[in-house]
Design a protein around this ligand. Structure first.
Ligand code: FAD
Length: 380
């Protein structure tokens, strides 16, 4: 007979949001275990922006300094016309962000950030190779079954299992995410070729064309030794079964060729490039039920154009940990209600603006996003 291990809190998914939730709950004194389907940690993906809103959370965990040393510190978020190079907006970050928003704004390789997050967890409580396959809500706990045969009875379950969340499926039924009609090409460029252009590449710049097609390009290391771009391109459909497919310099040239020389330099420095579909869901009416609660892409997936999807997941984690800290395990119903009250409007607003892809294209004040105080907001 399979033995059932009894635990307090199970975090399903050890991605950027789940790893943050596990660390924050442990820091708040809870007994937490993470269950991740991936067989082991791998340095996946490429670039990610982390705003001051989230660097404050990493400060709380004692990780801010480490990440700030690894990541790049852009002086601005520039928006530029893809053809002429004209500056459409120059949003100050750097020292300004430190002073006005209370923490640095960094861009970093997401694998580097994730590694720091995973290393900060108690490895005896992070269970790789555990894909959740069944959830049974019972009177005094939730029985989780994993594909490796393991069963765990948890008092509370946090669904940090991304856009295809099983926890979401349990709460709201089976529904595939919707293809947003947009794809993104992602590439780390060849730095020698980029340097050979003799052009001064800004540390964070979004190039824009008609229909809001764009290339977001930025450094991912403090010393500027790694440079990355992600595009946004509308397409008619996505017909591949896999999560992403190979693209090519030729395809980049076909879409963005004939643009500003700096864009051409990026295309010419492209060696390997992949393309990814962007999936979506409408804002959800339910974030928790009983002992189940969701954070991050499980409950508010979005197109990536505000560079705040992971930031929202980590903010969720911080606020949820605060709420549970106030109520304790026993009154999780109140904690989940406070959490949803505190988070829903903000996450939905970010989701809506991300999907519209208008963020920082023109001069605007981003303080409502970056100056957010996860440890200062009122909870009720
Ligand atoms: P995920 O990162 O998807 O993690 C979910 C985890 O759950 C995964 O590890 C998965 O393996 C695991 N899992 C899933 N199902 C199961 C199961 N059944 N059992 C066990 N484990 C399971 N955000 C930013 O903040 N800044 C950016 O600059 C930025 N850029 C982006 C660029 C692109 C091109 C894209 C696509 C996204 C970008 N995002 C960015 C968004 C960000 O990547 C996501 O919002 C973020 O990863 C969500 O974190 P999460 O922890 O909720 O989900």
């Amino acid at each position: 007979m399979t033995t059932v291990e009894e635990i307090d809190i199970a975090v399903v998914g050890a991605g950027l949001g789940g790893a943050a939730a596990a660390a924050l709950l442990a820091e708040a004194g809870f007994s937490v275990h993470s269950f991740e389907q991936a067989p082991e940690f791998t340095r996946l993906g490429a670039g990610i922006h982390i705003g001051p809103n989230v660097m404050k959370i990493f400060r709380h965990l004692g990780l801010e300094e480490t990440l700030a040393k690894i990541g790049s510190h852009p002086s601005h978020w520039f928006s530029r016309d893809g053809k002429t190079g004209e500056y459409l907006s120059e949003i100050p970050l750097g020292e300004f962000a430190l002073k006005e928003y209370g923490a640095p704004y960094i861009t970093i390789h997401r694998g580097d950030m994730h590694a720091v997050q995973i290393e900060a967890l108690d490895s005896r409580r992070v269970h790789f190779g555990h894909r959740l396959t069944d959830i049974e809500e019972r009177d005094s706990d939730v029985l989780l079954s994993f594909d490796n045969g393991k069963k765990v009875a948890a008092k509370l379950v946090i669904g940090a299992d991304g856009i295809n969340s099983m926890i979401r499926e349990k709460l709201l039924g089976v529904e595939k995410p919707r293809f947003s009609g947009w794809i993104g090409h992602r590439a780390l460029v060849n730095m020698d070729k980029l340097r050979a252009t003799g052009l001064e590449y800004e540390r964070c710049v979004k190039w824009w064309w008609e229909q809001s097609r764009h290339i977001m390009a930025y450094a991912t290391k403090n010393d500027g030794s790694e440079y990355y771009y992600v595009t946004g391109v509308p397409v008619d459909s996505w017909d591949h079964e896999t999560g992403f497919v190979d693209s090519s310099r030729e395809e980049m040239e076909a879409i963005f060729g004939g643009s500003h020389p700096m864009v051409q330099g990026l295309i010419d420095a492209t060696e390997e490039v992949t393309k990814w579909p962007f999936w979506n869901r409408d804002p959800m009416g339910l974030w928790s039920r009983g002992r189940l609660v969701m954070i991050g892409d499980a409950c508010h997936p979005m197109r990536p154009h505000m560079a705040q999807g992971a930031c929202m997941a980590i903010e969720d984690a911080a606020v949820l940990a605060r709420c549970l800290g106030l109520t304790g395990m026993g009154d999780y119903t109140t904690a989940f209600r406070m959490y949803e009250n505190a988070r829903k409007d903000r996450a939905t607003k970010v989701q809506t603006i991300s999907n519209a892809n208008t963020w920082l294209k023109e001069p605007e004040d981003p303080a409502w996003v970056y100056a957010y105080e996860p440890y200062g907001i009122e909870l009720n």
